[in-house]
Design a protein around this ligand. Structure first.
Ligand SMILES: N[C@@H](CCC(=O)N[C@@H](CS)C(=O)NCC(=O)O)C(=O)O
Length: 243
C-alpha cells in the first residue's frame, strides 16, 4: 500500500493536472476527495494537511505539501517518471519551468476569470454574465492564448519540443476550465487546437475524459443545495473577478 495521499477535487484545474500526471505514470496513491462545493477544505483534518486550505495537497508519509506545480515536480523526481515529463536536459527543463512560472499570473487567473464570470454568474446571481464583465475577461484570456501560441508553442508539437511535458499538462487543464462554462476557446485557433489534440492523445483520451468529467458536469453540481455561508464565500470570489 502506498503512503502517498493526494487531496483533490477534480473541478479544480491544478488538481486535474496532478491527478492526470499520477495516473498517466501509474503512481500509486490514495485519492482523498476534498469537495470544494461541499466546503470540505474547511474541515479540521484537512487543515492539518494544508493550513492554506487549498487543493491539490499531498501527503507522503509524514511529509505534506501544497502547490500543484511543486507537487508535479516532487512526483516526477520521486517516481523518476519518463524524462519527457520533466526533462533532465538543462534547457528543456528551463522551458518547462519558464511556462510553469508564467502561467501563475497569466493562464491560470485569466482562464479562471472567464470561468467564474461566464459559468458562476448565473448560478450565484441568477442571471447571465453581462458583456461589460465578460468581454474584458475574454479579451484578456485571448491575449494569453495568443502568447501561448507565439511564445511557448511556436512551431513545435509541445512546449518543450517533440514530447509532452508537465508544462503542456498544466496549460491544457487550465484552458479546459472556460470550455466547461461554454466558451469556444479554440474557435479560429487551429494551431492551438491541434496542440490540444496532441496533448490529449499523449495523456490518453480516456484518462483526459475521466479527469474532466466533473467539471464538464458543473451545471449538474450547481443544481445541488449548498450552505448559505458557502454561497456567500463564492459570491465574494465572483465579486473579486468582476471588480
Ligand atoms: N497555486 C495553487 C492554487 C490552489 C488553489 O487555489 N486551489 C483552489 C481550487 S482551484 C482551492 O483549493 N480553493 C479552495 C478555497 O479557496 O476555498 C496551486 O497551483 O496548487
Amino acid at each position: 500500500m502506498s503512503d502517498l495521499t493526494l487531496y483533490l477535487d477534480l473541478v479544480s484545474q491544478p488538481c486535474r493536472a496532478v491527478y492526470v500526471f499520477a495516473k498517466a505514470n501509474n503512481i500509486p496513491f490514495k485519492h482523498e476527495e476534498v469537495l470544494l462545493f461541499r466546503g470540505d477544505q474547511m474541515a479540521e483534518d484537512f487543515g492539518k494537511v494544508n493550513p492554506l486550505r487549498k487543493v491539490p495537497s499531498l501527503k507522503d508519509g509524514d511529509f505534506t505539501m501544497a502547490e500543484s506545480t511543486a507537487i508535479l515536480q516532487y512526483l516526477a523526481n520521486k517516481y523518476k517518471t519518463p524524462d519527457h515529463w520533466y526533462p533532465s536536459d538543462l534547457q528543456k527543463r528551463a522551458r518547462v519551468d519558464e511556462y510553469l512560472a508564467w502561467q501563475h499570473t497569466n493562464t491560470r487567473p485569466h482562464a479562471a476569470r472567464v470561468f467564474w464570470i461566464k459559468g458562476m454568474t448565473p448560478y450565484l446571481l441568477g442571471h447571465e454574465a453581462t458583456p461589460e464583465h465578460l468581454n474584458p475577461a475574454l479579451s484578456e484570456f485571448n491575449t494569453t492564448l495568443k502568447s501561448i501560441e507565439t511564445k511557448f508553442l511556436q512551431d513545435k508539437p509541445f512546449f518543450a519540443g517533440d514530447e509532452v511535458s508537465i508544462a503542456d499538462l498544466v496549460a491544457i487543464v487550465e484552458i479546459m476550465q472556460p470550455i466547461s462554462a461554454g466558451v469556444d476557446v479554440f474557435e479560429d485557433k487551429p494551431k492551438l487546437s491541434a496542440w490540444k489534440h496532441r496533448v490529449e492523445e499523449a495523456i490518453g483520451a480516456d484518462l483526459f475524459k475521466e479527469a474532466h468529467e466533473s467539471i464538464m458536469r458543473i451545471k449538474e453540481m450547481q443544481s445541488r443545495p449548498i450552505s448559505p455561508e458557502l454561497k456567500e464565500r463564492l459570491k465574494a470570489r465572483l465579486a473579486y473577478f468582476t471588480r
